[in-house]
Design a protein around this ligand. Structure first.
Ligand code: SAH
Ligand code: SF4
Length: 456
């Protein structure tokens, strides 16, 4: 059991364990007793090593763990019963020791270029978002087989950037390891179940002439997997099922619908450091997601100490810094975090990351009309980019309902890009995919929460 402070809820049940203090005071003052809530550990928050220890304690042979991991990360099962080649006794042990919670789809939107946004409901009914972006827009019905998934790390955000929908209602909680991992699995599960359906710009689901490619099924445990789950196996079969190929041999990354991750959804990833890193290790591991570390980009508003910490990680994640202003005056106006970690401090942490990791840095720079799109930002931006050997992603601002900010005209955007190019800086101007579906994270959740509040 994982112990968390401050209370918790699972499946609508409040799980509270009062300490056995022997204290003698009336029930009415019980609320003052410090308490801990116990939230069961989800199996998808566990590394192979952690599970190995547990399987060994149960006296289960190693191949049973290989089979279990394949059920979780290849077949993405949502119930223990679906692990049909495990003996019943092992399934019961797993059920008693772990939860197997999946994300529930609350709402889905897709845009014309097939960028698709998923709003998930968590066990405590919080809402989070993931956005699936095809590598090449599926124009004229052509489907792309490489997809980037934009993943959330918190419910809400505490950093309150003035332009962002995610922080508007503040921070609610960190996501657990499994809630981060599950975003990838749940999107792939959805895709597999509904390959012929893609939502249009209005969110209306309609058949698509050229479906998203199905995740190819592999032979698993010696059984053909062309469609769905393997044949039911006798619960206590005498025959030892073939454990299937070793996870290292599977080469999962080439088969997943999701081949790249950007940790740019709701929340500040580095403020949920431990859970994020554990989730990314699971999503990277050959026995888990099999997604290469270089295909994973973590975006941060600039938490300098955590950037230094990340530099010490052995995995080579890419790092994106949400800069949005090249001087403290401009950045401080829209990003309160700049008061805590001004540009000099942020740049020093990035120097450190750069020195440890090599060329892995990108600056994200949203262009907001009349705020940070002036050519006065070019020189300091170029100085920073040269110093850190960083490339720059210019992103036209996505309008957020209720906020006054606007994207600049296309001429202004192009002029900003051209000025950077004159400084010999590598920069790209992104045409936001999914602009028409509130693709900047936090917006669908905000809208849904507000709709729910007005209809309540
Ligand atoms: N908290 C992290 C990651 C999540 S935000 C961070 O700030 O980096 C991911 C990116 O989306 C950030 O670069 C953020 O500045 C940007 N963003 C937020 N709101 C936006 C909007 N309305 N239009 C365009 N980009 C936006
Ligand atoms: Fe939080 Fe990032 Fe939005 Fe800022 S931009 S409020 S850090 S999610």
């Amino acid at each position: 059991m994982r112990e968390v402070s401050g209370g918790g809820m699972v499946d609508g049940q409040i799980l509270v364990a009062l300490p056995i203090t022997g204290a003698r005071f009336p029930i009415a003052s019980a609320a003052k007793i410090p308490y801990h809530a116990f939230v069961p550990v989800d199996v998808r928050s566990q590394t192979q090593d952690e599970l190995k220890t547990q399987f060994a304690a149960w006296g289960q042979p190693a191949y049973r763990l290989t089979q279990s991991l394949e059920w979780l990360y290849v077949h993405r099962v949502t119930a223990w019963e679906q692990m049909t080649n495990l003996p019943k006794v092992l399934r019961e042990q797993l059920r008693a020791a772990y939860t197997l919670n999946s994300l529930e789809l609350a709402r889905k939107q897709g845009s014309r270029d097939t960028t698709q946004k998923f709003l998930w409901k968590l066990v405590d009914h919080s809402l989070i978002e993931s956005v699936l972006i095809p590598a090449n827009p599926a124009l004229y019905g052509e489907a792309s087989d490489r997809h980037t998934l934009c993943v959330s790390t918190q419910v809400g955000c505490a950093y309150g950037c003035k332009f962002c929908a995610s922080g508007l209602d503040g921070w609610k909680r960190n996501l657990g390891v499994e809630e981060i991992v599950e975003q990838v699995l749940a999107v792939e599960r959805w895709n597999e179940k509904e390959p012929g359906n893609q939502a249009d710009a209005d969110g209306e689901v309609r058949p698509h002439p050229s479906p998203l490619p199905l995740l190819r099924q592999k032979h698993f445990g010696g059984q053909a997997q062309e469609s769905g789950l393997p044949n039911q196996e006798l619960e206590n079969a005498e025959v030892r099922p073939h454990p299937g190929p070793l996870p290292q041999e599977r080469g999962l990354s080439s088969e997943r619908l999701v081949s790249n991750l950007v940790i740019m959804g709701m929340g500040e990833p580095l403020a949920n450091y431990d859970n994020l890193l554990k989730a990314l290790r699971i999503l990277n591991a050959p026995w888990g997601g099999g997604i290469g570390a270089r295909k994973i980009t973590i975006s941060t508003s600039g938490l300098a100490p955590q950037i230094r910490k990340l530099a010490e990680e052995p995995l080579q994640f890419r790092l994106a810094i949400s800069l949005h202003g090249a001087t403290d005056a401009v950045r401080g106006q829209i990003m309160p975090v700049n008061r805590k970690y001004p540009i000099s401090e942020l740049a020093a942490a990035c120097d450190y990351y750069q020195a440890k990791k090599g060329r892995m840095l990108t600056f994200e720079y949203i262009l907001i009309h009349g705020v940070n799109d002036g050519l006065d930002q070019i020189k300091p931006l170029a100085v920073l980019a040269r110093r850190l050997n960083a490339k720059i992603n210019l992103i036209p601002y996505n309008k957020v309902e209720g906020l006054p900010w606007e994207r600049p005209s296309e001429e202004t955007q192009e002029a900003f890009l051209a000025a950077l190019e004159r400084e010999k800086i590598t920069a790209t101007l992104r045409r936001e995919k999914g602009h028409d579906i509130d693709a900047a994270c936090g917006q669908l959740r905000l809208r849904t929460e507000r709709e729910l509040a007005t209809t309540a």
